[in-house]
Design a protein around this ligand. Structure first.
Ligand SMILES: Cc1cc2nc3c(=O)[nH]c(=O)nc-3n(C[C@H](O)[C@H](O)[C@H](O)COP(=O)(O)OP(=O)(O)OC[C@H]3O[C@@H](n4cnc5c(N)ncnc54)[C@H](O)[C@@H]3O)c2cc1C
Length: 427
């Protein structure tokens, strides 16, 4: 790994946080390079081509659109952004019963969700950090659907999700989507940046004045590093810090692990749904093992399922075929057994078993949400931290990752310019 001029900052990880940090560093006149373990940029933003459609296996929506900087960036880069217009539907699968839910049932389910959500937020806003499970009326028929929602929203089961963390997330309830894919948006954003691919970082030494970043492709000396890998990757010890990270940082990393969430996508060779509209279907099952589906998004002949929490982790462990079978079984309930003859392509994500991600997005454990801000705190004025988990108010998201990258880059620029002044004065 030869580098012509001295490097100011090594950015570890080429997800949105690392790419945003690198761009900000370059704009500030610093020499930065990004090192990425895998052979592609984008991290958890990943669009694949499936049956002729661009399909996101990770991030799908630009949440909180009116305060989401990526909406403006997407338009500037020539991406169409579309407001979510899917019609909500409920499908009931209770015991032997298989039928579409009535409007009244859908209204009840939505009412339960809105009411429970407000109660969870109210508890969090009082500063109480309790498991979300303790707020849910589990006697209600709609509890499993709400539990699915928490699994999808936080990637954790309600027992492992914190009321305080939930309340501190800044939600405006406006979702935009990008028909060409969020993954394509992120890779386009980062396309002109210098990224060393297939370069897993194994050790970061920071005992001297700068940092020494050791990877499978060699060692890079720099003045500082910005580490953007997920909290679960940090906890796994794949990157060794020398000296070790301080106890307060390790405590924060342990307090905010990644939960699990996955997508299961089935593309058909025709419109098997008998619908022209895009639908957002929730399946009402008496168990927590339920799924939410987007049917015909952008008028495409596909169904995209979303699962979260421990159920997502266990179905992922059972393999892609089991995930697709689970999805197809439910689609057959809704649209008839004939539809399997028209399956054109399938895909299932496996984010928990990806060693460079190790989950979906971060969720503070109950009682530990107060430690999340420590994830962003620099160490020794030369180790800076970015990534969705470190984003104030916007964790779990792509725009959170983006904003965290800008923040960490600004911290590094400030620290390095103070460092330069000091060394200038000293001599
Ligand atoms: C199923 C799913 C659905 C989602 N839906 C949405 C959504 O609709 N809207 C939304 O806003 N967000 C969504 N998210 C979350 C969003 O994708 C993430 O918050 C965001 O992409 C995280 O970006 P990041 O840069 O912080 O981390 P990452 O994207 O994880 O980037 C970190 C990078 O570091 C690399 N890396 C790891 N270890 C090393 C190492 N040792 N050396 C070098 N490189 C390393 C990884 O390969 C990765 O590329 C979803 C995520 C998932 C999984």
């Amino acid at each position: 790994m030869g580098h012509a001029s001295p490097i100011d900052v090594v950015v570890v990880g080429a997800g949105i946080a690392g790419l945003a940090a690198a761009r900000e560093l370059l704009t500030s006149g610093l020499h930065a390079i990004v090192v990425e373990a895998t052979d592609r940029i984008g991290g958890r933003a990943r669009t694949v081509e499936l049956g002729g459609y661009p399909v996101d296996l990770g991030a799908t929506w630009l949440h909180s659109a009116s305060v989401n900087p990526l909406v403006t960036i997407a338009r500037r880069l020539g991406f169409e952004t579309v407001e979510s217009v899917a019609e909500p539907r409920l499908y009931v699968a209770a015991g032997e019963e298989r039928r579409w839910g009535s409007d009244a049932e859908l209204a009840e389910a939505i009412g339960f969700r809105v009411g429970t959500d407000s109660a969870v937020v109210a508890v969090g806003e009082q500063g109480r950090d309790e498991p979300i499970a303790s707020i849910i009326d589990t006697g209600s028929r709609w509890a499993p659907l709400y539990e699915w929602w928490i699994g999808a929203y936080t990637a954790a089961d309600p027992e492992n999700a914190s009321t305080l963390d939930y309340a501190r997330y800044h939600e405006t309830n406006e979702n935009m989507s990008v028909p060409r894919g969020i993954g394509t948006l992120v890779t386009t954003f980062g396309a002109d940046l210098q990224v060393e691919l297939s370069t897993p970082v194994r050790r970061i030494r920071w005992s001297g004045r700068g940092v020494s970043v050791e990877s499978d492709a060699g060692t890079i000396e720099a003045r500082a590093a910005i580490v953007t890998v997920s909290t679960s990757v940090l906890a796994s010890g794949t990157i060794r810090f020398d000296p070790g990270l301080p106890a307060w940082k390790l405590d924060a990393i342990g307090a905010v692990p990644l939960g699990s969430a996955n997508k299961i996508v089935v593309v058909f060779d025709r419109n098997v749904f008998g619908e022209e509209a895009s639908l957002s279907v929730r399946i009402d099952e008496a168990r927590r093992e339920t799924v939410g589906m987007q049917i015909r998004p952008f008028g495409r002949n596909l169904a995209s399922g979303y699962i979260g929490g421990e159920f997502s982790r266990s179905l992922e462990a059972a393999g892609a075929d089991a995930m697709v079978d689970f999805m197809l079984e439910r689609l057959q309930w809704m649209y008839g057994s004939e539809i399997v003859r028209h399956v054109k392509a399938t895909a299932a994500s496996a984010w928990s078993s990806d060693p460079w991600i190790a989950g979906a997005y971060s969720a503070a454990l109950p009682g530990k949400a107060h430690l999340r801000p420590d994830l962003a705190r620099p160490v020794g004025d030369r180790l800076f931290f970015a990534g969705e988990a470190t984003a104030e108010g916007f964790y779990t998201t792509v725009h959170g990752g983006y904003l965290s990258g800008l923040r960490a880059a600004k911290e590094a620029v400030a620290a390095l310019s103070v460092g330069s002044c000091r060394s200038g004065v000293g001599g």
